[in-house]
Unconditional design. Structure first.
Ligand code: BGC
Length: 742
């Protein structure tokens, strides 16, 4: 007997029956009756709650849950990280995994990889799949997705986010949120806002101008809330205008709740609340923390003493806090509970299904970005590659364990070496492996141990010598390196300390390039890295942290089963100083950090200063070739309420099927305030057979031409001359048209 199914089906049938025959629902209290409107139910529940019960739903009762209202049968809320898979069950009061044996999940690729697909359909598939896993694990709130903008390659958590461009991140976040929530699981969009570094993350005050705030850092959150309909948002640790973002009057009550009409719950980042009065007055609804193990450490400071617990109750009892504000918070939490935990009509979900593994593999394959490919090194030709050498620790190190709160316990992780070996052997090739360098030997995070033994006794010199000797014997060499989610190497809680590859990787790559000209470098990372060896390496592939199916997806791309179609969601500068935040802004700052580069983030900076990137935003090669021609507009001018249609023909001029991402950028030729040379305003991924041509069309509205006028505090589209650029990367524009806004 499947008790889970019984438990879920009975109330659903009961309610369906009530709705159908009009009888029975009279036995339900209005708040329990799902045929009534959400707001009617919320008001009814609210009217039945005591002051103590109201306060009790506003803070954690364990590491990841908050209490419901037991007397009324209103269930608890259970949260889970996010954003790439469902975190293993953790102890009631501690971060360590609880040791359950039924909670291994599918790891989906990190969000940089998802963004690199430039395909909203992949976002929908991702949201659906991870939402089903959350639902099966009986979680109500998924702590993700993250949409903080990629400001500098040194941010340790960039891998959890969707790149440097607000338009791309907006288009990609919306389907993720919508599909997760179809499972009766809330997305919790994080970290709102301006959380662009890990150094001093709990205290740093971000100083940014309004234009950058509205044009760069907020749009993806706005899209997630207004178009995606996100049911919850997580406040960030950092400060803005001197106030912590978990209780920030300006961001939460002003922008999120008032301007955007958000009716959901603001959840604090864990331990992100610092003051009761501010938490009460400045927009926080639900406080989570990291203060106690419930026993000795922090026992005197346990959940009752959270800022939104007894201290709040005291203020209310003394009349120093008003009930109107309290009721607003409780309404929000009730809405969230009714939408999720107390929704009897939600689907059942599924865990580790073949469909989820297939989704992880597909998204990973579609997100990998072929950065360089000369001399026909890739795809590997099995007929000419009888002996293949794989070098590098990242070919054999599990990447799903580690990195901070996104760390997972997976049922299986197909490592790069395993995936390559399976595909190669099926094609009749032999695969040898050399370690090449020693990076991070640790295999444990919060009690989850990958069980790998990564110990190594050879010296750095010996490892390189062994790799070189093997490379000389091989028909082709695949180096798999990059970063590895250990401290300072793409991990929560610390930023990177250098732009270059860590350990001896640059030396190994140089040595391999001298030993064998048929070398491909595969980077497993969530960030750009310096490539001093690029001239000597014919092929480079960015493979990201790609989750459970990393190895299979990588092999799909290396052997050409999947024709790469990923595009960079952020710029790779040649040097760190070529990035605006490092050239002109501050990073990581001290008590405060000034974003002096303002709106000139990523390619906007490179364009403005005419700095050639190592690899541009939007760049990504294919095993076929494409032509984009006939860029045309259907009119020369656009009225204030009109639409201008830009079309272009894209043709697959090579000999294998593949997909190209046609990108539309718009530039304002004359404006009162400084503007970027061009900004992404549309994109479409087009799958084409060899020789096939298709016409892509983009609609430009005045909204796409507008900027945030900080002197007036509003968005403005200034009449005048504009250019629409159509291309296949921000530095590879294939045609343009001029038009005017009347
Ligand atoms: C992270 C969040 C995460 C939370 C719960 C915090 O430290 O910043 O992203 O969701 O912990 O694990």
């Amino acid at each position: 007997m499947n008790f889970k199914i019984l438990f879920n089906v009975v109330p659903a049938l009961f309610l369906a029956g009530c709705a159908g025959n009009g009888g029975g629902s009279k036995d339900l209290a209005p708040y329990q009756n799902e045929t009534l409107s959400l707001e009617e139910r919320v008001e009814d529940a609210l009217s039945r709650m005591t002051l103590e019960e109201k306060v009790a739903v506003l803070h954690a009762q364990s590491k990841f849950s908050s209490a419901g209202v037991p007397r009324l049968g209103i269930p608890e809320l259970w949260c889970t990280d996010g954003p790439h898979g469902i975190r293993p069950e953790v102890l009631w009061d501690d971060w360590d995994q609880a040791g359950w044996t039924n909670d291994s999940c599918t790891a989906f690729p990190a969000l940089t990889c998802l963004a690199a697909t430039w395909n909203p359909e992949m976002s929908a598939l991702y949201g659906k799949s991870i939402g089903e896993e959350a639902r099966y694990r009986e979680k109500d709130v998924l702590l993700g997705p993250g949409v903080n903008i990629y400001r500098t390659p040194l941010n340790g958590r960039n891998f959890e986010y969707m790149g440097e461009d607000p338009y791309l991140a907006s288009r990609m976040v919306v389907p993720y949120v919508q599909e997760v929530q179809k499972n009766g699981v809330a997305a919790c969009v994080k970290h709102f806002a301006l959380n662009n570094q890990e150094t001093n993350r709990q205290s740093v005050n971000v100083v940014v101008d309004d234009r950058a705030l509205y044009e760069i850092y907020l749009p993806a959150f706005k899209a997630a809330v207004q178009e995606g309909g996100a049911w919850s948002v997580m406040g960030s640790y950092n400060k803005y205008k001197g106030e912590h973002c978990c209780h920030n009057q300006y961001l939460l009550n002003g922008i999120l709740k008032r301007d955007w009409g958000f009716d959901g719950v603001v959840i604090s980042d864990w331990g992100g609340a610092h003051d009761t009065k501010q938490a009460v007055e400045n927009g926080l609804d639900l406080e989570f923390g990291s203060w106690t193990n419930g026993l000795d450490w922090g026992a005197s400071n346990a959940y009752d003493n959270y800022y939104l617990a007894h201290p709040y109750l005291e203020l209310l009892k003394k009349g120093e806090a008003d009930e109107k504000t309290l009721d607003d918070k409780v309404r929000r939490v009730l809405r969230l509970i009714f939408r999720t935990a107390m929704n009897t009509r939600k689907p059942f979900g599924s865990l580790n299904s073949p469909e989820h593994l297939a989704a992880a593999r597909r998204i990973a394959g579609e997100g990998m970005v072929l950065l360089k490919n000369e001399g026909g090194v890739l795809p590997l030709d099995p007929a000419a590659t009888k002996r293949l050498l794989v070098v590098g620790e990242n070919a054999v190190k599990m990447m799903t364990v580690g990195g901070g709160s996104s760390s997972l316990k997976v049922r299986h992780e197909c490592l790069p070496l395993e995936g390559i070996r399976t595909a190669a052997e099926a094609a009749g090739c032999e695969v040898a492996f050399e370690r090449g360098y020693v990076g991070d030997l640790r295999t444990e995070f919060d009690g989850v141990n990958s069980g790998q033994d990564l110990s190594e006794t050879r010296s750095e010199e010996q490892l390189i010598a062994d790799a070189v000797a093997a490379a000389k014997e091989a028909d082709a060499v695949i180096f798999v390196g990059g970063l590895n989610k250990s401290r300072h190497q793409d991990s929560e809680g610390s930023d990177r300390e250098q732009y270059g590859l860590p350990y001896a990787q640059d030396r190994v790559i140089e040595a391999l390039s001298a030993a064998n000209p048929r070398l491909a470098v595969v980077l497993v990372s969530g960030n750009a890295v310096a490539m001093p060896w690029l001239d000597r390496v014919p092929a480079v592939l960015e493979a990201w942290f790609s989750g459970s199916e990393t190895g299979n997806a990588l092999a799909d791309v290396l052997f050409g089963k999947v024709n790469p179609s990923g595009k960079l969601p952020f710029t790779f500068p040649v040097r760190l100083e070529d990035n605006g935040a490092h050239a002109m802004g501050e990073f990581p700052g001290g008590d405060s950090v000034r974003y002096n580069e303002s709106i000139f983030v990523g390619y906007r900076w490179h364009d403005a200063k005419a700095i050639r990137p190592l690899f541009a935003f939007g760049h990504g090669l294919s095993y076929t070739t494409f032509e984009v021609e006939n860029v045309k507009a259907d009119r020369m001018s656009l009225s204030a309420k009109g639409t201008l249609r830009v079309t272009a023909d894209v043709t697959n001029t090579g000999d294998r099927a593949g997909a190209e991402v046609v990108q539309l950028y718009v530039g304002d030729e004359e404006s009162t305030l400084p503007r970027p040379v061009k900004e992404l305003k549309g994109f479409e991924k087009v799958m084409l057979e060899p020789g096939e041509t298709r016409t892509v069309a983009f609609e430009i509205t005045p909204e796409a031409l507008s900027y945030y006028d900080d002197t007036k505090g509003e968005w403005t589209a200034e009449p005048g001359a504009f250019t629409a650029f159509v291309g296949v990367a921000s530095d590879d524009i294939r045609g343009s048209v001029n038009f005017t806004l009347e």
